[in-house]
Design a binder for this molecule. Structure first.
Ligand SMILES: [Zn+2]
Length: 198
């Protein structure tokens, strides 16, 4: 049976059934996984493949997802893409509702720069909160040894590129997993993971 989760300005339709085909946002298949399970999966990737490679892959995949999601949401909710405050509220509201993080956009549209704050990043919180063997959630560490939100950095780069109507990259400069109050992503003055064509 469909259920509705109300946000201040939008209705986010989540279709739940017992058939195992949860759908969100007008029919997109989704699933729920605990943040700790996802972090556990990533821990193995980091261990086997290394931080640099895994972060690059997560960033690039996240960036593609952010770019297409921003366009899809603006279309789905019939917003004017040029109404930047409304689009920022929509993107922040939807992603907060589905448990990714709560974003605050601090963008300078004229200068095509700025930063984004993300509170409660699921990647950072998942890395800090581990399950015990019997499945009980317990916080076992206050800090991790490296920033954990490369996928979110890429995803936000996709959203911000859509907002600025200019391709940009973001870098995480503060992370909840490193003991900061929230995660911060700065718009870089240059592109990353892109081969310049001569
Ligand atoms: Zn982070």
């Amino acid at each position: 049976m469909p259920s509705q989760t109300s946000l201040p300005e939008i209705d986010l339709q989540i279709e739940m059934s017992l058939e195992g085909d949860l759908k969100v946002l007008g029919g997109v298949r989704a699933f729920l996984m605990s943040t700790s399970s996802f972090a556990d999966l990533l821990d193995d990737f980091y261990l086997v493949l290394g931080e640099r490679f895994v972060n690059a892959r997560l960033y690039m995949g996240g960036r593609r997802a952010g770019a297409r999601t921003a366009a899809a949401l603006v279309s789905l909710f019939k917003l004017d893409p040029n109404d930047k405050p409304a689009v920022e509220r929509l993107l922040a509201g939807v992603d907060a509702a589905i448990g990714w993080a709560r974003y605050e956009f601090h963008l300078d549209y004229a200068a095509r720069s700025g930063y984004v704050i993300a509170k409660n990043s699921f990647l950072a919180q998942g890395a800090l909160e581990k399950f015990t063997a019997n499945g009980k959630m317990t916080a076992v560490q206050a800090k991790d040894s490296f920033a954990r939100c490369a996928m979110l950095a890429g995803y936000l780069a996709g959203l911000v590129s859509y907002l600025l109507q200019h391709e940009v990259d973001l870098q995480e400069t503060e992370c909840l997993a490193l003991g900061h109050a929230a995660c911060r992503f700065d718009v870089l003055p240059h592109r990353i993971y892109v081969t310049e064509k001569s």
